[in-house]
Design a binder for this molecule. Structure first.
Ligand code: FE2
Ligand code: FE2
Length: 286
Protein backbone atom coordinates (compact mmCIF):
# COMPACT_ATOMS: atom_id res chain seq x y z
CA UNK A 1 0.00 0.00 0.00
CA UNK A 2 1.23 3.46 -0.94
CA UNK A 3 2.11 5.80 1.94
CA UNK A 4 0.79 9.35 2.25
CA UNK A 5 4.12 10.79 1.06
CA UNK A 6 4.13 8.84 -2.23
CA UNK A 7 0.40 9.51 -2.72
CA UNK A 8 0.89 13.29 -2.30
CA UNK A 9 3.73 13.30 -4.85
CA UNK A 10 1.68 11.22 -7.30
CA UNK A 11 -1.22 13.68 -7.01
CA UNK A 12 1.16 16.55 -7.80
CA UNK A 13 2.53 14.64 -10.81
CA UNK A 14 -1.02 14.07 -12.10
CA UNK A 15 -1.87 17.74 -11.56
CA UNK A 16 1.26 18.75 -13.49
CA UNK A 17 0.27 16.51 -16.42
CA UNK A 18 -3.29 17.92 -16.35
CA UNK A 19 -1.88 21.48 -16.53
CA UNK A 20 0.65 20.69 -19.27
CA UNK A 21 1.13 23.40 -21.92
CA UNK A 22 3.35 24.18 -24.86
CA UNK A 23 5.49 27.18 -23.90
CA UNK A 24 6.27 27.86 -27.57
CA UNK A 25 2.57 28.52 -28.29
CA UNK A 26 1.24 29.79 -24.99
CA UNK A 27 2.41 33.42 -25.06
CA UNK A 28 1.79 36.38 -27.38
CA UNK A 29 5.01 38.35 -27.53
CA UNK A 30 4.53 42.05 -28.36
CA UNK A 31 7.07 43.65 -30.71
CA UNK A 32 8.22 45.98 -27.91
CA UNK A 33 7.30 47.07 -24.39
CA UNK A 34 5.86 50.58 -24.01
CA UNK A 35 8.54 52.76 -22.35
CA UNK A 36 5.94 54.36 -20.06
CA UNK A 37 4.71 51.06 -18.65
CA UNK A 38 5.88 49.61 -15.38
CA UNK A 39 7.67 46.33 -16.06
CA UNK A 40 7.97 45.51 -12.38
CA UNK A 41 5.56 47.21 -9.92
CA UNK A 42 7.14 50.02 -7.87
CA UNK A 43 6.26 48.18 -4.63
CA UNK A 44 8.53 45.27 -5.66
CA UNK A 45 11.53 47.40 -6.60
CA UNK A 46 14.66 47.20 -4.46
CA UNK A 47 14.37 50.93 -3.75
CA UNK A 48 10.77 50.79 -2.48
CA UNK A 49 10.12 52.14 1.02
CA UNK A 50 13.39 54.07 1.15
CA UNK A 51 14.28 57.76 0.76
CA UNK A 52 16.49 56.75 -2.19
CA UNK A 53 13.37 55.99 -4.22
CA UNK A 54 11.88 59.42 -3.51
CA UNK A 55 15.06 61.03 -4.90
CA UNK A 56 14.73 59.30 -8.31
CA UNK A 57 12.97 61.15 -11.13
CA UNK A 58 9.99 59.35 -12.76
CA UNK A 59 11.94 58.45 -15.91
CA UNK A 60 14.79 56.85 -13.98
CA UNK A 61 12.28 54.95 -11.85
CA UNK A 62 10.56 53.50 -14.94
CA UNK A 63 13.96 52.55 -16.38
CA UNK A 64 14.86 50.91 -13.08
CA UNK A 65 11.58 48.99 -13.20
CA UNK A 66 12.63 47.51 -16.57
CA UNK A 67 16.17 46.60 -15.45
CA UNK A 68 15.02 45.20 -12.09
CA UNK A 69 12.64 42.92 -13.96
CA UNK A 70 15.51 41.78 -16.24
CA UNK A 71 17.54 41.05 -13.13
CA UNK A 72 14.69 39.13 -11.49
CA UNK A 73 14.16 36.88 -14.53
CA UNK A 74 17.93 36.46 -15.01
CA UNK A 75 18.26 35.40 -11.36
CA UNK A 76 15.35 33.03 -11.83
CA UNK A 77 16.72 31.39 -14.96
CA UNK A 78 20.27 31.04 -13.62
CA UNK A 79 18.88 29.59 -10.38
CA UNK A 80 16.72 27.17 -12.36
CA UNK A 81 19.75 25.96 -14.35
CA UNK A 82 21.22 24.91 -11.00
CA UNK A 83 17.96 23.37 -9.74
CA UNK A 84 17.80 21.11 -12.80
CA UNK A 85 21.36 19.90 -12.11
CA UNK A 86 20.62 19.33 -8.41
CA UNK A 87 17.35 17.47 -8.97
CA UNK A 88 18.92 15.42 -11.80
CA UNK A 89 21.56 14.35 -9.31
CA UNK A 90 18.91 12.64 -7.17
CA UNK A 91 16.32 11.31 -9.63
CA UNK A 92 16.09 7.47 -9.55
CA UNK A 93 18.69 7.16 -6.80
CA UNK A 94 18.04 5.24 -3.53
CA UNK A 95 15.72 7.17 -1.22
CA UNK A 96 14.18 9.20 -4.07
CA UNK A 97 11.90 6.52 -5.55
CA UNK A 98 8.67 8.28 -4.51
CA UNK A 99 9.46 11.75 -5.93
CA UNK A 100 11.19 10.58 -9.15
CA UNK A 101 7.99 10.76 -11.22
CA UNK A 102 7.46 14.33 -10.06
CA UNK A 103 11.14 15.16 -10.66
CA UNK A 104 10.63 14.36 -14.37
CA UNK A 105 7.85 16.96 -14.49
CA UNK A 106 9.95 19.43 -12.47
CA UNK A 107 12.98 19.16 -14.76
CA UNK A 108 10.81 19.57 -17.88
CA UNK A 109 8.95 22.56 -16.45
CA UNK A 110 12.11 24.32 -15.29
CA UNK A 111 13.55 23.90 -18.78
CA UNK A 112 10.41 25.64 -20.14
CA UNK A 113 10.74 28.44 -17.55
CA UNK A 114 14.38 29.03 -18.47
CA UNK A 115 13.27 29.29 -22.09
CA UNK A 116 10.44 31.77 -21.56
CA UNK A 117 12.29 33.99 -19.10
CA UNK A 118 15.38 34.08 -21.34
CA UNK A 119 13.13 34.93 -24.28
CA UNK A 120 11.62 37.86 -22.35
CA UNK A 121 15.08 39.17 -21.40
CA UNK A 122 16.52 38.79 -24.89
CA UNK A 123 13.54 40.42 -26.64
CA UNK A 124 13.09 43.44 -24.36
CA UNK A 125 16.38 43.90 -22.51
CA UNK A 126 19.16 41.47 -21.78
CA UNK A 127 20.13 38.51 -19.64
CA UNK A 128 22.37 39.61 -16.79
CA UNK A 129 25.33 37.30 -16.14
CA UNK A 130 25.03 34.88 -13.25
CA UNK A 131 26.41 36.67 -10.21
CA UNK A 132 25.46 34.03 -7.64
CA UNK A 133 28.08 33.19 -5.08
CA UNK A 134 27.60 29.57 -4.07
CA UNK A 135 27.09 28.92 -0.39
CA UNK A 136 30.08 27.56 1.45
CA UNK A 137 30.17 24.18 3.08
CA UNK A 138 30.91 20.61 2.23
CA UNK A 139 32.14 17.60 4.13
CA UNK A 140 28.64 16.76 5.35
CA UNK A 141 27.05 13.31 5.29
CA UNK A 142 25.11 12.85 2.02
CA UNK A 143 21.69 12.74 3.73
CA UNK A 144 22.27 16.16 5.29
CA UNK A 145 23.63 17.55 2.01
CA UNK A 146 20.49 16.31 0.20
CA UNK A 147 18.22 17.91 2.81
CA UNK A 148 20.04 21.24 2.49
CA UNK A 149 19.83 21.07 -1.31
CA UNK A 150 16.04 20.67 -1.21
CA UNK A 151 15.71 23.41 1.43
CA UNK A 152 17.75 25.81 -0.74
CA UNK A 153 15.51 25.00 -3.73
CA UNK A 154 12.36 25.51 -1.64
CA UNK A 155 13.47 28.88 -0.23
CA UNK A 156 14.59 30.12 -3.67
CA UNK A 157 11.27 29.09 -5.24
CA UNK A 158 9.18 30.61 -2.45
CA UNK A 159 10.95 34.00 -2.67
CA UNK A 160 10.45 34.02 -6.47
CA UNK A 161 6.83 32.98 -6.13
CA UNK A 162 5.96 35.98 -3.94
CA UNK A 163 7.03 38.16 -6.91
CA UNK A 164 5.18 35.99 -9.46
CA UNK A 165 1.91 36.15 -7.50
CA UNK A 166 2.02 39.92 -7.18
CA UNK A 167 3.02 40.52 -10.80
CA UNK A 168 0.48 38.10 -12.31
CA UNK A 169 -2.40 40.13 -10.89
CA UNK A 170 -1.07 43.67 -11.39
CA UNK A 171 -3.12 45.54 -14.03
CA UNK A 172 -0.37 48.17 -14.43
CA UNK A 173 1.91 45.60 -16.06
CA UNK A 174 1.89 44.60 -19.77
CA UNK A 175 -0.11 41.43 -20.60
CA UNK A 176 3.04 39.45 -21.45
CA UNK A 177 4.51 40.16 -17.99
CA UNK A 178 1.28 39.10 -16.26
CA UNK A 179 1.00 35.97 -18.43
CA UNK A 180 4.60 34.82 -17.81
CA UNK A 181 4.27 35.33 -14.07
CA UNK A 182 0.89 33.53 -13.97
CA UNK A 183 2.26 30.54 -15.92
CA UNK A 184 5.29 30.40 -13.65
CA UNK A 185 3.21 30.64 -10.48
CA UNK A 186 0.94 27.81 -11.65
CA UNK A 187 3.92 25.44 -12.06
CA UNK A 188 5.85 26.72 -9.04
CA UNK A 189 2.91 26.18 -6.66
CA UNK A 190 3.32 22.44 -7.37
CA UNK A 191 7.14 22.59 -7.12
CA UNK A 192 6.79 24.25 -3.72
CA UNK A 193 4.20 21.71 -2.51
CA UNK A 194 6.43 18.81 -3.63
CA UNK A 195 9.56 20.50 -2.22
CA UNK A 196 7.90 20.76 1.18
CA UNK A 197 7.03 17.05 1.10
CA UNK A 198 10.59 16.07 0.16
CA UNK A 199 12.24 18.44 2.66
CA UNK A 200 10.01 17.21 5.53
CA UNK A 201 10.73 13.56 4.67
CA UNK A 202 14.50 14.10 4.44
CA UNK A 203 14.51 16.07 7.70
CA UNK A 204 12.51 13.38 9.53
CA UNK A 205 15.12 10.78 8.52
CA UNK A 206 18.10 12.84 9.70
CA UNK A 207 18.11 12.99 13.51
CA UNK A 208 20.54 15.92 13.50
CA UNK A 209 23.20 16.33 16.18
CA UNK A 210 23.38 19.82 17.80
CA UNK A 211 26.50 20.59 15.72
CA UNK A 212 24.78 19.53 12.50
CA UNK A 213 21.73 21.59 13.38
CA UNK A 214 23.89 24.69 13.91
CA UNK A 215 25.71 24.01 10.63
CA UNK A 216 22.41 23.58 8.75
CA UNK A 217 21.01 26.82 10.20
CA UNK A 218 24.19 28.75 9.28
CA UNK A 219 24.12 27.32 5.76
CA UNK A 220 20.47 28.24 5.16
CA UNK A 221 21.01 31.70 6.63
CA UNK A 222 23.87 32.28 4.19
CA UNK A 223 21.72 31.05 1.28
CA UNK A 224 18.91 33.45 2.28
CA UNK A 225 21.32 36.39 2.57
CA UNK A 226 22.94 35.71 -0.82
CA UNK A 227 19.56 35.23 -2.54
CA UNK A 228 18.20 38.51 -1.13
CA UNK A 229 21.40 40.37 -2.04
CA UNK A 230 21.14 39.25 -5.66
CA UNK A 231 17.95 41.34 -5.89
CA UNK A 232 20.33 44.34 -5.62
CA UNK A 233 22.47 43.77 -8.72
CA UNK A 234 24.59 46.94 -9.15
CA UNK A 235 24.40 46.60 -12.95
CA UNK A 236 20.68 47.35 -12.98
CA UNK A 237 21.27 50.67 -11.16
CA UNK A 238 23.99 51.48 -13.69
CA UNK A 239 21.67 50.58 -16.60
CA UNK A 240 18.95 52.83 -15.17
CA UNK A 241 21.44 55.72 -15.22
CA UNK A 242 21.99 56.03 -11.47
CA UNK A 243 25.43 57.51 -10.79
CA UNK A 244 27.71 55.93 -8.22
CA UNK A 245 25.69 52.72 -8.40
CA UNK A 246 27.86 50.67 -6.04
CA UNK A 247 27.42 53.24 -3.26
CA UNK A 248 23.70 53.39 -4.10
CA UNK A 249 23.44 49.61 -3.62
CA UNK A 250 25.35 49.69 -0.32
CA UNK A 251 23.06 52.44 0.98
CA UNK A 252 19.93 50.49 -0.01
CA UNK A 253 21.07 47.38 1.83
CA UNK A 254 21.33 49.47 5.00
CA UNK A 255 17.76 50.77 4.82
CA UNK A 256 15.41 49.52 7.58
CA UNK A 257 12.45 49.62 5.16
CA UNK A 258 14.12 46.96 3.05
CA UNK A 259 14.38 44.54 5.94
CA UNK A 260 10.60 44.64 6.39
CA UNK A 261 10.12 43.67 2.74
CA UNK A 262 12.71 40.90 2.95
CA UNK A 263 10.67 39.54 5.85
CA UNK A 264 7.57 39.53 3.62
CA UNK A 265 9.42 37.69 0.80
CA UNK A 266 10.53 35.04 3.32
CA UNK A 267 7.35 34.77 5.38
CA UNK A 268 6.14 31.46 3.97
CA UNK A 269 9.57 29.79 4.14
CA UNK A 270 10.12 30.90 7.73
CA UNK A 271 6.64 29.69 8.73
CA UNK A 272 7.36 26.29 7.15
CA UNK A 273 10.75 26.05 8.89
CA UNK A 274 9.23 26.99 12.24
CA UNK A 275 6.16 24.79 12.07
CA UNK A 276 8.18 21.71 11.09
CA UNK A 277 10.88 22.18 13.72
CA UNK A 278 13.56 22.40 11.00
CA UNK A 279 15.57 25.05 12.83
CA UNK A 280 14.82 25.76 16.47
CA UNK A 281 14.83 29.50 15.86
CA UNK A 282 13.46 30.12 12.35
CA UNK A 283 13.64 33.91 12.78
CA UNK A 284 17.40 33.69 13.37
CA UNK A 285 17.80 32.60 9.74
CA UNK A 286 17.14 36.09 8.51
FE1 FE2 B 1 10.53 27.74 -12.48
FE1 FE2 C 1 10.32 25.56 -9.86
Amino acid sequence: MQDAYAAALDRLTESSIAHDYDPLRRFSWPAALAPDDWTMPPELLSVYDTPLMDALDPRTLKALSLWESMNFYSMTLHGERRLIAEVSGHIHTPGFEAPSGFFHRFIGEENDHIWFFSEFCRRYGKIYPDSTVSVSGGGRRPELEAFLTFMRILIFEEIGDTFNVRMSGDARLPAIVRDLNAAHHDDESRHIAAGRQVAKRLHAQLDLSPDEEADAAAHLKQHITLTLQSLYNPQMYEDAGIPDFYAFRRELLRQPGRRRHHGAFLARSLAFIRSNGICKDGEALF
